[in-house]
Design a protein around this ligand. Sequence first.
Ligand SMILES: Cc1cc2nc3c(=O)[nH]c(=O)nc-3n(C[C@H](O)[C@H](O)[C@H](O)COP(=O)(O)OP(=O)(O)OC[C@H]3O[C@@H](n4cnc5c(N)ncnc54)[C@H](O)[C@@H]3O)c2cc1C
Length: 379
Amino acid sequence: MDLSLTRRQQELINKVQEFMEKEISPSLLVPRATEGFDWDLVRKLARHNLVCPIVPKEYGGLGLDRFTTALIMEVIAAGHPGLAAVVAATLHAAEPIILAGSREQKERFLPSLTGRKAGLASFALTEPGGGSDLTKMETCAIKKDSAFFINGCKDYIINAPVASFISLIAATDHSRNKSSIRVFIIPGDLPGLKIGKRHTTSGLNYAAISEVIFDNTRLDESHVIREDEAGSGYLLLNQTFDRGRAMVAAISVGIARRAMEAAVEFAEEREQFGTRIKHHQAVAFALADMATDIEMARLLYWKAGWLIDQGGDYSTASAMAKLASSHIAQRVTCQAADIIGARAYEKGSLLEQLVRDARVLSTIEGTSNINRLLIASQL
Ligand SMILES: Cc1cc2nc3c(=O)[nH]c(=O)nc-3n(C[C@H](O)[C@H](O)[C@H](O)COP(=O)(O)OP(=O)(O)OC[C@H]3O[C@@H](n4cnc5c(N)ncnc54)[C@H](O)[C@@H]3O)c2cc1C
């Protein structure tokens, strides 16, 4: 077993780390700078072609494997969690096209996520009536002649108001049967596509998150992925989630790492009872636990990312990585806030933001219970 990174991976990490520290991270601490989406940060990422690095080179992307992408997601999340969420949603939207899209679909949609003018994309599954329970899904795309007519509402969709395209999960009939699920590619400028209520979230609030409403919206038949294969949409949905969970796990590690680093820095400077607080054993032990938890979470997402690239069965590994690391991020951010004390409770301070960002990690990309169900089903 070789756990060392390749020279190219290490160079990429160093480059992204340096870029984040210089150009992105400082914006996290500017008062109210992260309250809402703007293109500025995405444009900076785009200069390095990092908006959707998994897009194959032939379509203008970096063609990174999922393990290397996860390494980079950790770095982006440590620098700016909201930006990492925006990138993760774009990866999630691109994944079904990369995995199963036709040549024409790849040529039409993937280049829009690459290069200096790269746009963003959304993945739309959740509905007001249910996020976890697919049998509650109401959005239907019914075929008539050479077009689909879509009705339904998706909710809490990251990037929806600004997306170049949306990868939409919908059923092709009203049966609520898994075999009728398909992935549809919705151009952001599709006539009749409506962006509904925009959400103001507690964390990750750089991201633009909203409802997406379809009211008999017409979509040309060329925009569905693998229409003819019953069950293919459900399989694709699961593959996409299994890959996305490794990315959310990496984001969790990035957030936890940033919190721990802030706590270490503070503990090395702050003096109480005549000594730096890092020399109080209780504080040092808390830091040791945090570092160990983070390393555990990192190894889990490394394994998941590695398995994805090997083409093996990565479903359980990804679910475990996401389940564990999201809780570790919540625990570590709170522990770090405890060490920093009152200053970490200041609105807009780093730790106050990281605690809020970490909170939602156990909800998105399958809640912790849904991941537990997945893991348990394989035991
Ligand atoms: C900031 C943010 C960004 C998001 N981005 C996106 C996005 O881009 N695209 C998208 O499609 N969705 C997105 N979501 C939605 C997210 O994926 C859902 O919130 C999530 O899937 C949970 O769905 P729900 O909130 O409807 O909760 P529910 O599914 O209603 O679940 C509520 C609670 O019940 C538990 N539960 C449900 N079923 C079971 C069961 N069988 N056994 C045990 N416990 C169960 C759940 O674990 C949870 O604790 C986002 C949400 C947020 C907050």
